[in-house]
Design a protein around this ligand. Structure first.
Ligand code: PLP
Length: 377
């Protein structure tokens, strides 16, 4: 069966390596799940109850969901303004909501590069979905490197790629602030480089981990109509299961994204969950401080204790840490470490030439530290 190539399929899809989420057993609660940068905390019981009551009161399962997402967009505009410290700067027409920010990444690609109109630029290691989604649409991906040490983007290489004779030309630059899997925020030099990019390039700044870094470029958006910021409810807001992401940008870019998405892309229950979470964020966001505290504790242990000296660990502004065996990009060793941890039911991610470990609860982090200390290769 696998020998037969169905002739109607695109040849390039046969070679495409898809995103590979860890398969879950029947009872995933037995696992220490440190592989997807989710929050280790479920919603508090009182919010789950509120959500269940809203489900009963407001959702008619026979009806399509609100395809405008207007209520959620208004709440989001308020939240974004709060972060920018400017009342009324952003309104609902600055916001598009997606089925996870993954959907928005795909919409960006469709709006800019499809039909051989352009290629994208990424700096590896970075979030793999930009390249995977681009390739799934037949869009070229130009990859540049990062500087060893702090993982800042190799700007000389990036400039060469942009001004070179790539065909099609680069239409979108994807950056992550802070980057996954390496955890570093954009430096002033990188931000200045983004400021200097020509306006015929769309700059996508992915702030999936904004609540952990406390750093955002939203207040710069009015000066840069070619910038778009992406965020998600999957991390600090504990809603990974509901798949909600949003984009903030110029109304014309937002209108293009809205044209591309499916009419009812966000199920009613997910919209409701995002609304409840936004309205009750004061109950959820204190856990961010706790996770940052745990991140620093784990980082200190990994960098100072003898039993971890075979790992090099980088500082992080997000809810995860990035490690490499002896500081090297060594896929065999990283695969072995991952397999060892799996025996203890601990899942981490082997990606971008290293190991990415999400910060979990204190107990989960202790289990991770114990298991890593026992790794002998
Ligand atoms: C940088 C980055 N962007 C986007 C996403 C996807 O987020 P969502 O769950 O909203 O699709 C992730 C998920 O891990 C991520 O790390």
């Amino acid at each position: 069966m696998s020998e037969y190539k169905l002739p109607f399929l695109r040849d390039d899809l046969l070679k495409l390596e898809a995103y590979n989420p860890t398969p879950l057993p029947a009872n995933p609660k037995d696992l220490v799940r440190l592989d997807a940068n989710e929050s280790p905390y479920d919603l508090p019981k009182e919010l789950k109850e509120k959500l269940a009551a809203c489900y009963e009161d407001y959702i008619e399962t026979n009806r399509y969901p609100d395809g405008s997402h207007l209520t959620l967009k208004k709440l989001l505009a308020e939240y974004v303004n709060e972060g920018a410290k400017k009342t009324g700067l952003f309104k609902s027409d600055n916001i598009s909501v997606g089925n996870g920010s993954d959907e928005l990444i795909r919409s960006v690609l469709i709006a800019t590069c499809l039909n051989n109109r352009g290629a994208i630029l990424v700096a590896n290691p970075t979030f793999s979905m930009y390249a995977i989604l681009a390739k799934s649409l037949g869009i070229n991906v130009v990859s540049v490197g990062r500087n060893e040490g702090d993982f800042s983007i190799d700007l000389d290489e990036a400039n060469k790629a942009i001004s070179g004779d790539n065909y099609p030309a680069i239409k979108v630059v994807f950056v992550v602030h802070p980057n996954s899997p390496t955890g570093n925020c954009l430096t002033e030099e990188e931000i200045n480089w983004l400021r200097g990019l020509p306006e015929d390039i769309l700059v996508v700044i992915d702030e999936a981990y904004y609540e952990f870094s406390g750093q955002t470029l939203v207040s710069q958006l009015p000066y840069h109509p070619n910038w778009l910021i992406l965020r998600t409810f999957s991390k600090a807001f504990r809603l990974a299961s509901h798949r909600v992401g949003y984009a903030i940008g110029h109304p014309l870019v937002i209108t293009a994204l809205e044209k591309i998405r499916l009419p009812y892309n966000l199920p009613a229950f997910s919209q409701l969950a995002a609304q409840v979470v936004m309205e009750n964020r004061h109950l959820l966001l204190p856990s961010v401080r706790e996770i940052i505290g745990e991140r620093e504790r784990v980082y200190q242990s990994l960098t100072s204790l003898k039993e971890y000296q075979q790992f090099k660990v980088w500082p992080s502004c997000a809810n995860f840490l990035y490690l490499r065996w002896r500081g090297e990009n060594n896929p065999e060793k990283h695969q072995l470490v991952m397999e060892r941890l799996k025996r203890d039911k601990i899942h981490i991610r082997h990606t971008g030439g290293g190991l990415r470990v999400s910060i979990g609860t204190r107990e989960e982090n202790e289990a991770l530290l114990k298991a890593l200390a026992g790794v002998q290769l």
